[in-house]
Design a protein around this ligand. Structure first.
Ligand SMILES: C[N+](C)(C)CCCC[C@H](N)C(=O)O
Ligand SMILES: O=C(O)CCC(=O)C(=O)O
Ligand SMILES: [Fe+2]
Length: 409
């Protein structure tokens, strides 16, 4: 079949498996079939089919008109569309078409000509998007992360050299965690190092926070208790993208930080039991933060699935996992609830595998950035005075910095 398909392509290209059905074959042959050495295309009744760079792509005609990059349709200085999409005839078809080595040219019924480079079409097609990851990542267990020997950035270089910031962000994007070392152990320096990356996200905990086990807030973070792995602010509609930790002081025992790659665990669920992954990525779950202290009154509710994926390629972009802050489940009927608990159990088991646990002791000078949409954190119980400062960052702005340095994010 592969050979037949190849031969048919050489003959100006009719899909044999469809072409063998006489009616569809004669229908197809009425349409232009054209090829240049590197590509061929044909105008089908409802879309343009393009073979190029090993991909078979399909483009809707309204889409093609809408994505015209000519000066009158698109402002290439501002990267904004000038064309009024709502004025395109929904039954529009090109009136003429041709390709050369690099481009496809379509002439529209009003005489307007659109030129698309073939590489642009390949990059921006649905078929192309489906095959590529929005963000390349290295999923890790403790061993994988340790053997990778990912270097920490160093404070001086980090503050002055864009290449150091770029390497740091590259590691952060790949692994979901990254360290800067040699930072002065103060709240001010922690703020400075953070602002080198991006904008601070102020929350009801403040802008920069500096906390001890003083029970000052209605949350177990402000105690000496152990905290199991979790993501923070699961009770926000948009959980904070990044969390920064800097331990300024600890005179006592315990208090190590636990880090677990949530995407690695979720991927194991997907491999073992795809229905569980499906449930975890569809059942909406509520998380809630209720604080009723005289100085602090807050009530936050966030609703969304535990696993958040892009629908076109099933790629994970956010995990929301916090068993402490998870609220009442009442968005699905009891039988789905039961299956959800089974799926949640399997995810929890993966998250709890000892080989997935990376334990680090945060020391003054060592600042940790955590991707709170991917990597779960926890802590060991501790004794003595322990002072942890840090903040949250807005995710869009961190990715903005990464992109401006030429990284894919
Ligand atoms: C980081 N800081 C101490 C300010 C806040 C801690 C928030 C704790 C909350 N249970 C959550 O997981 O979101
Ligand atoms: O005390 C710690 O190490 C972390 C506590 C925690 O989970 C948090 O502040 O978000
Ligand atoms: Fe936390």
């Amino acid at each position: 079949m592969a050979l037949i398909r190849m031969l048919s392509r050489l003959r100006g290209y009719v899909h044999l498996e469809q072409g063998l059905r006489a009616s569809s074959q004669s229908k197809r042959l009425q349409h232009t079939a054209t090829h240049s050495s590197s590509c061929n295309y044909q105008l089908l009744p409802d879309c343009l089919e393009l073979h190029y760079g090993g991909l078979v792509m399909h483009f809707d005609y309204v889409w093609l008109r809408d994505h015209c990059r000519s000066a009158s349709c698109y402002n290439s200085k501002t990267h904004q569309r000038n064309l009024d999409t709502a004025s395109i005839d929904l039954n529009i078809r090109p009136f003429k078409s041709r390709v050369d080595e690099n481009s496809l040219f379509l002439t529209w019924p009003d005489g307007h000509i659109t030129r698309y480079t073939l590489t642009w079409l390949a990059q921006n097609s649905y078929e192309g998007q489906k095959r590529s990851a929005v963000q390349p990542r290295v999923l890790w267990s403790a061993d994988i992360y340790s053997s990778a020997q990912v270097p920490s950035a160093s404070w001086d270089k980090f503050m002055s050299c864009d290449e150091e910031l770029k390497n740091f962000l590259n590691n952060f994007l790949l692994y979901g965690i990254a360290f800067v070392e040699g930072v002065p152990p103060t709240l001010e320096a922690t703020e400075t190092v953070t602002q080198r990356v991006s904008l601070i996200r102020e929350t009801m905990y403040g802008r920069m926070w500096n906390f001890t086990s003083d029970f000052s807030r209605g949350d177990t973070a402000y105690t000496k208790l152990a905290l199991d792995r979790h993501t923070d602010t699961s009770y926000f509609q948009e959980p904070c993208g990044i969390q920064v930790f800097h331990c300024l002081r600890h005179e006592g025992t315990g208090g190590r930080t636990l880090l677990v790659d949530g995407f690695h665990a979720a991927d194991a669920v997907l491999q073992r039991t795809p229905e569980y992954f499906e449930l975890l990525s569809h059942v909406p779950i509520k998380h809630e933060y209720v604080e009723n202290l005289s100085e602090h009154r807050n009530h936050m509710i966030g609703i969304g699935p535990v696993l958040n994926v892009y629908p076109w390629n099933n790629e994970l972009y956010m995990i929301r996992y916090n068993n402490y802050d998870r609220s009442v489940i009442n968005t699905v009927p009891h039988d789905v609830v039961h299956r959800w608990y089974t799926a949640h159990r399997q995810l929890s088991a993966e998250l709890r595998r000892p080989d997935n646990e990376l334990w680090v002791k945060l020391k003054p000078g060592k600042v940790l950035f955590i991707d709170n949409w991917r990597v779960l954190h926890g802590r060991e119980s501790f004794t003595g005075l322990r002072q942890l400062c840090g903040c949250y960052l807005t995710r869009d702005d961190v990715l903005n910095t990464a992109r401006s340095l030429g990284l894919q994010a």
